[in-house]
Design a protein around this ligand. Structure first.
Ligand SMILES: [Zn+2]
Length: 227
């Protein structure tokens, strides 16, 4: 995948503009899932969401990619540094970015722990597709959006759980995968004392696991998503 860092800034901004303003018909053009998501685990999250949108007759547009960063890069949302950003979704280029070291560390726990992180970021893309105000990056919304940042995060955890339920139903999971997901989600909880209205709040480990399990047990219907 082309490294955005290798492109001149003006070109990156132009490309981001194209993605952002592309007419719906062009944006709906067929894409090659395997080419856009060469990791089969990422491609399966895309397959899941394409199916969910199709079920209700809505148009689904896949994220631009899931991009590993091993050093500072320029994204559609500005400069990103893997030292300070573990994984995030950028609304302006509709792309998921993650720090290579972060993924490598999670994969010592197991592959599915990593996929739940990807599924969480994918859920932000789905929220955006459905018109929910995320701000340019999650945690930077205008404060007048549909949901508070922590509610967006807990919905994303729930939707990662809903994906996990589907992955299990399609025979995609190994024994222990759900426990890996729970362990990773629990580790990613906020420090004790984080206020509810902190723009980067995700909830405590316990709250995050509860949201994840809501989706894992009840599917998308348990996540209060307008789909
Ligand atoms: Zn999130």
């Amino acid at each position: 995948m082309t490294r955005i860092a290798a492109l001149p800034r003006a070109l990156v901004l132009a490309l981001a503009g194209l993605l952002f303003f592309a007419p719906a018909a062009a944006a709906q053009a067929e894409y090659n899932r395997a080419a856009r998501f060469p990791d089969v685990l990422h491609a399966d999250v895309d397959r899941f969401w394409a199916e969910q949108f199709a079920l209700v007759g809505r148009t689904y547009e896949a994220p631009g990619g899931v991009v590993r960063i091993d050093g500072p890069v320029l994204t559609g949302c500005g400069r990103a540094d893997p030292v300070t950003s573990a994984a995030f979704y950028c609304v302006l280029d509709e792309t998921i970015y993650y720090a290579g070291d972060f993924r490598d560390a999670l994969e010592t726990i197991g592959d599915f722990g990593w996929i739940v992180v990807v599924a969480h970021e994918w859920a932000h893309h789905v929220q955006y597709q459905l018109g929910i105000d995320l701000g340019p990056m999650v945690g930077q919304n205008s404060g007048i959006g549909d949901l508070a940042p922590i509610e967006l995060e807990q919905q994303a955890d729930c939707l990662a759980g809903a994906y996990s339920l589907d992955a299990e139903a399609t025979g995609w999971l190994d024994p222990g995968d759900i426990q890996e997901a729970i362990d990773v989600t629990s580790l990613a909880g906020d420090p004790v004392g984080t206020p509810f209205n902190d723009p980067f709040a995700h909830g405590s480990g316990e709250e995050r696991v509860a949201s994840y399990l809501n989706g894992y047990q009840g599917g998308i219907g348990a996540c209060d998503l307008a789909l």
